[in-house]
Structure formats: structure tokens, C-alpha cells
Design a protein around this ligand. Structure first.
Ligand SMILES: Cc1ncc(COP(=O)(O)O)c(C=O)c1O
Length: 415
């Protein structure tokens, strides 16, 4: 893939790597604006998967034969590559492959939370959490007797950091926060939250589902104890995600799932555990997907994550500007000129988000409609559903123009 040396992305060259963007429905070319749900997969990543099955496919760590050895080495190295991608200097000792962000959340909540939380303890999280985090901590708290407390989100979509300072106390065992809200686009001050956690000897968990794909991430600079993200939102395959955890924490934690691969020695009475990350990867893992995720990290790093971030920001800014032309459209989250992830959720007065997305679909424009797995946040803002347009490396301002024109048509249709 060719990129220019300029500050901006060579979007035309990037688009050539994504043939799916050429698809047409009813004669209209696809405008894919549902990237916060799942991004598209570039040819080098698709080729990595295909090559794996053509040339290397075998189970890992179990065969002494050549294919198994090649698959094992590639899969292991993929862990190091993803650790590097998020700035984890411990390599594979700090990077577990999961199925997705949700599984990373559950892994920590079950392995760490079930044994470490109890009555009187608090898990401090935010009102803008994705259900992957919110429901997980809520249910683990019910089982352990701990309390979950929520840092307030103000009307502008920012965290109330004074409230955070009140909630994070010596009773707090875990501070769990989303890095970029998948509904508001807010980029949270996660380093500050991690520091607050640390000041009170609590651990921190950062949900990186929307940040790892869209901005440079350095978990060590951030000070996070855990950081989880999904492959399918960062130009990688489905079925694979990552959990970063500080080496000493992962080494101490109990396994999440039991079975093959995660053991060192088994008797009829007991078992001992393999080293990290294999201790947390029971059974045959998603080998092809893990290897292809490393290819996705290469692809994004070739483009440059600073450029990706700038492109996201510019498109979000442009979308905010265009949507501001309508006084019956409410946009949620930080306003124009403020730092923001590359997504915009909005409500068109008198048009339900589902109706809107159906009309947009008639124009071959793919957006998301619903509560985006942040139902309590939607309740807080008094809406049942919003429409969300989310951008990635291949999106353009003219696609946003197409979106805005189609929204205008929908407004008139339902007026
Ligand atoms: C902020 C955030 N957290 C967690 C998730 C869950 O990701 P996955 O479904 O890949 O586990 C998402 C997905 O939309 C998300 O946007």
C-alpha cells in the first residue's frame, strides 16, 4: 500500500486495499460509516489469512512437525507484535489473545475480580461505559458484594473529574474506564484516571476498543494496568482481540478458562499452569486470526497512527460542521474544535434512528442505529436510540456529504 510522506492520508491509495468499498447496492456505491462497530479488512490482512490456510495451517504447540512449528512461531510472534503496537515492553508476557474486548473485560473481572473483590470494595467506572464493561463489573460486583460507582458524564459528554476524585478512594480496588466513548466520541483523560487509581492502590482497566484502532497508544505512558481491544475494529479479522496486562499481575492471576494448552502438568488430583500468555489461552486458539492481526498492526503502522488519528479527527470535525446546518439534529458528545474520536452519534427530531438508518440504507449508506451498547447513557440523555456515523482510514468528506444529503431527504420524508 502506498502512502505519501505528507501529513494527511493518501485515501485513494488506501481505498484500493479495500475492494469491498467498490460494492454497489441498487446501483449506489457503498458508503461504509459503521467502522466503530467493525472496520473493513485490507487485502494484506486478507492475504495473510489465506496464505496461512494455504501454506501453514496446523495446530500450535502440539506437533513436532514442520507445519506446527511454523504456525507456533508465527502465532507467538504475533503476540509480541501486538504488544509492541500498544507500547507494552514485556512482549508476549504482557499480551494475551482473546476473542475481543468483551472477553478481555471478562477475563480480568473473573480472574482478578472474583478473588480480589468483596463487600466494602468499590469498582469505579463511568456513565459512558460500553455494556462490555458495565454489565461485566455489575455482575461480578453482585457475586462478590462489591459496589460499582459511576463517574458522572456532564451534558457536554465529558467526565466530571471532580466527581472521579470523590469516588476513587482507598476502598476502590479497580478503576475501569473507556478510552474513547463509542457513543459520545469523548476521549477520556485515562492517564489521569490511572494515576488516581494508583494513588489509592487500585488497579486500572482501560477499554481500548475505540482507541487502539484510531490513535497511537502507549499503555506504559498511560499507566494502565490492563488495556483491552478488538481486532475487528482495527483492520483485523473477527474472533481475535488483545488484553494487555502488567506482567506481574498476569503472572499472579488465576486462569480464566481451563483445558488444554493452558496447563503445565496435570494429574488426576490437580494441575499447574502454563506461563503467560498461554495460561489464559485455553484450547486451540484463533491461530490464523492472531497472525493476521499482526498483519493489521503492520498495515496501520505503515500508514502511521498519528496520521490515522488526524484523519479521524478531521472527518469528525467535518461531520459536526455539516450536521450543525440543521437545527433539528442533536449531536451528542464534545462540540466542534474539541478533541474527539472519529464518530458522531446524533438524533434527528421526529425521525427514529432505525427509520433513518433504513432510509440511509436505501442510499447504500451504512450507519449504526440503536443504543450502541450504552443503554444507561442513552437513558441519561433521554433518548432511546441514536444514529451513529463512524469513520476510518478510507472514508472521505464526500461520503459525509452523501450522508448529510440522505439525512436531509429522510427529514423531509418523515416531516
Ligand atoms: C467502547 C467499546 N467497548 C467494548 C466494545 C466491545 O467490543 P467487542 O464486541 O469487539 O468485544 C465495543 C464495541 O463496540 C466498544 O465500542
Amino acid at each position: 500500500m502506498a502512502t505519501t510522506e505528507s501529513e494527511t492520508l493518501d485515501v485513494a491509495a488506501i481505498r484500493e486495499d479495500f475492494p469491498i468499498l467498490e460494492r454497489e447496492f441498487g446501483g449506489e456505491q457503498l458508503v461504509y460509516l459503521d467502522n466503530a462497530a467493525t472496520s473493513q479488512t485490507p487485502e494484506p490482512v486478507v492475504e495473510t489469512i489465506a496464505d496461512y490456510y494455504r501454506e501453514t495451517n496446523a495446530n500450535i504447540h502440539r506437533g513436532l512437525h514442520q507445519l506446527s512449528q511454523e504456525a507456533s512461531v508465527a502465532y507467538e510472534q504475533a503476540h509480541d507484535r501486538l504488544a509492541e503496537f500498544v507500547g507494552a515492553s514485556g512482549g508476549r508476557k504482557e499480551l494475551v489473545f482473546t476473542r475481543n474486548t468483551t472477553e478481555g473485560e471478562n477475563l480480568v473481572a473473573y480472574s482478578w475480580g472474583l478473588s480480589e473483590l468483596g463487600p466494602g470494595d468499590t469498582v469505579v467506572t463511568t456513565e459512558m461505559e460500553h455494556h462490555a464493561s458495565l454489565v461485566t463489573w455489575q455482575q461480578i460486583a453482585k457475586r462478590t458484594g462489591a459496589d460499582v460507582e459511576f463517574i458522572r458524564v456532564d451534558e457536554t459528554g465529558h467526565l466530571d473529574m471532580e466527581h472521579a476524585k470523590e469516588l476513587i478512594t482507598d476502598d476502590t480496588q479497580m478503576v475501569s474506564a473507556v478510552h474513547i466513548s463509542n457513543t459520545l466520541g469523548t476521549i477520556n483523560p485515562v492517564a489521569e484516571l490511572c494515576e488516581l487509581a494508583d494513588d489509592h492502590d487500585a488497579l486500572s482497566f482501560i477499554d481500548g476498543a475505540q482507541s487502539a484502532p484510531t490513535m497511537p497508544v502507549d499503555v506504559e505512558e498511560m499507566g494502565a494496568d490492563f488495556y483491552a481491544f478488538s481486532g475487528h475494529k482495527m483492520a483485523g479479522p473477527t474472533g481475535i482481540g488483545c488484553l494487555y496486562g502488567r506482567e506481574e499481575l498476569l503472572a499472579e492471576m488465576d486462569p480464566f478458562n481451563y483445558g488444554g494448552e493452558m496447563i503445565r502438568r496435570v494429574t488426576y488430583e490437580d494441575a499447574t499452569w502454563n506461563e503467560v500468555p498461554w495460561k489464559f489461552e485455553a484450547g486451540t486458539p484463533a491461530i490464523a486470526q492472531g497472525i493476521a492481526l499482526a498483519a493489521a498492526a503492520d498495515y496501520l503502522d505503515d500508514i502511521g497512527m498519528e496520521r490515522v488519528e488526524r484523519h479521524e479527527r478531521e472527518l469528525a470535525e467535518y461531520a459536526l460542521e455539516r450536521l450543525a446546518e440543521f437545527d433539528d439534529i442533536d449531536v451528542f458528545g464534545p462540540g466542534a474544535g474539541e478533541p474527539r474520536g472519529g464518530l458522531v452519534a446524533f438524533d434527528v427530531d421526529g425521525v427514529h434512528a432505525h427509520d433513518l438508518s433504513e432510509v440511509l440504507n436505501d442510499y447504500s449508506i451504512a450507519v449504526r442505529a440503536g443504543h450502541h451498547c450504552t443503554q444507561p447513557l442513552h437513558d441519561k440523555f433521554g433518548v432511546t436510540a441514536t444514529a451513529r456515523a463512524s469513520f476510518y482510514i478510507y472514508n472521505t468528506e464526500s461520503e459525509i456529504d452523501a450522508l448529510v444529503a440522505a439525512i436531509d431527504d429522510a427529514r423531509q420524508l418523515f416531516a
